[in-house]
Ligand binder design. Structure first.
Ligand code: HEM
Length: 484
């Protein structure tokens, strides 16, 4: 009898083992079918949803804190699955796609099936009226008002001011033994943007305080949203409160003083006093949230791009020499003559250097859009709630679009790139509002740098900063300079 029971137990064990094995094999088979088989019609994008609950979050976080930057997470999956793949991060399904046709259909007309996706905690730090985080309809209203600020006249006077500031900062380099390009560029872009928005230039103390608070807000953007004293997020929220108070005070003193400054703030306040109806104007909440948005969207992005430009040029002496020769041909090589804005249009080779830098650095690597309903993108099924990320970096490094994409070759821009293949500033209804401003800053800086100095990068490490919102060099690009 005992023998029979033992045999029964053994056969039960076998049965359980066999069923488990079959289940595991079936699971592995299903996953490999989803992951690797070519798609016939309307299938979900290939990819890996990772472990239950966590998905591939750990790999994503690891890439964020690794030397190759967070895009390494995308790059490795791109190689494995092709130009469209699916993953799961922080409990949400993400699709990354690097096809210019999709960039056109998704960004070009800002399809109503998708809305711009942003992280809630970032929305809280920027404010609910920030155009970066607003809904479709509200965004159109905010963008219309803010874009009115970027006229040709304001850009021209900005270029002149930026030139003077650059000359002043580069002059100080003569007395510095070690220069960190990223820090210098952060200072330069911050001062220039604050001057343009609210004429802050002489008020050293106020500028320093604001700069520190903006730094705390930016730091908090990628932190875990814990609201306890001492956490990064908490410090960011506190800093936001101080910035908001300072901006509101500025608005109130402008209203009282009848000063007539030539800046963005004055423009917004004077249209507020016009005959337009209240609902057609920006209210104070909208003004302050969007001033903060402009500073945050413009400072680190442009400073990172400038830093990459210095690094790429250090690596490509032949491009640097050719550029210097051409820039020395412009009569504004002397630092006591302010650069005339129209001269910038004549700096064609320098513009190509700027474009090539923006392509290679792709400071905003992808653009997230959330599907508002089940739909289809090319051969792929997309489910409501998924985030589709237009992978700009993937497009910029696609060898079918750009020959030798990993090489720094400014002359590749002798001809204009095809539509939706150059996405450094995005495209469509959400295209970067500060695009021309950023190009001016990069071009002026480049001109003054190559006509004033030769430089050597002291630490050639290409590692990227951990947990950075935008890819940038970890060492900040330390250089020593020699007058030309
Ligand atoms: C090299 C520097 C810069 C780069 C690479 C850059 C890149 C971008 C990109 C790719 C977008 C679109 C993101 C998307 O579609 O999801 C964007 C949006 C935006 N950028 Fe920039 N940007 C730069 C500088 C600036 C500057 C200097 C400002 C202003 C001072 C600025 C203000 C904005 C604003 C307000 C938006 C939101 C536009 C909207 O949603 O309608 N950016 N930027």
């Amino acid at each position: 009898m005992q023998m029979v029971i033992l045999l029964l137990n053994v056969s039960n064990l076998f049965l359980i083992g066999a069923v488990t094995l079959a289940w595991v094999l079936l699971w592995v088979f299903k996953r490999s079918c989803i992951s690797a088989s070519p798609c016939n019609k309307h299938c979900v994008p290939p990819g890996n949803s990772g472990f239950p609950l966590v998905g591939e979050t750990l790999a994503f976080v690891r890439a964020y804190s690794g030397p190759y930057g967070v895009y390494d997470f995308v790059r490795t999956r791109h190689r494995k699955y092709g130009d469209c793949f699916r993953t799961k991060i922080f409990g949400k399904t993400h699709v990354f796609i690097s096809r210019s046709k999709v960039a056109k259909s998704l960004l070009g007309s800002e399809s109503l099936d998708f809305s711009k996706r942003y992280i809630k905690s970032i929305g809280e730090l920027l404010g609910k009226e920030s155009m970066l985080c607003s809904s479709h309809e509200h965004h159109a209203f905010l963008r219309y008002h803010v874009s009115n600020l970027f006229t040709l006249d304001t850009l021209a006077s900005f270029a002149e001011y930026f030139d003077e500031l650059t000359v002043q900062i580069l002059e100080e380099w003569k007395r510095k033994e070690h220069i960190l390009v990223f820090d210098e560029a952060m200072e330069l872009t911050f001062r220039a943007i604050c001057k343009m928005i609210m004429s802050l230039d002489d008020e050293e103390e106020e500028l320093k305080r604001l700069q520190h608070d903006i730094f705390l807000i930016t730091e908090a953007m990628l932190s875990f949203p814990l609201r306890f004293p001492g956490t990064r997020f908490y410090k960011g929220l506190k800093a936001r409160k101080r910035v908001m108070n300072a901006l509101r005070e500025k608005i109130s003193s402008r209203r009282k003083s009848f000063e007539n400054k030539r800046d963005f703030l004055q423009f917004l306040l004077s249209t507020n006093q016009s005959e337009k109806k209240d609902e057609e104007l920006l209210n104070d909440d909208q003004i302050v949230d969007n001033i903060l948005t402009l500073i945050i969207a413009g400072q680190v992005t442009t400073a990172s791009a400038i830093t990459w430009m210095v690094r790429y040029l250090d690596e490509h002496a032949e491009v640097q020499d050719k550029l210097r020769e051409m820039q020395l041909g412009f009569k504004y090589k002397c630092s006591d003559i302010t650069l005339a804005p129209r001269t910038l249009n004549e700096m064609q080779y320098a513009s190509k250097v700027v474009k090539e830098t923006l392509r290679m650095a792709t400071v905003v690597s992808w653009f997230p859009r959330e599907a508002l309903k089940d739909c289809q993108i090319e051969e792929f099924q997309i489910k409501k709630g998924w985030t589709v990320n237009v992978d700009a970096r993937g497009i910029h490094y696609d060898s079918k679009i750009y020959n030798d994409p990993t090489k720094f070759i400014p002359s590749r821009f002798d001809d204009d790139p095809k539509p939706y293949t150059f996405l450094a500033f995005g495209a469509g209804g959400r295209t970067c509002l500060g695009m021309n401003l950023a190009k001016i800053m990069m071009l002026v800086f480049l001109h003054r740098l190559v006509t004033t100095y030769r430089w050597e990068v002291r630490d050639k490490d290409w590692s990227q900063e951990k947990w950075a919102m935008f890819p940038r060099l970890r060492n900040g690009c330390p250089i020593t300079v020699l007058a030309v």
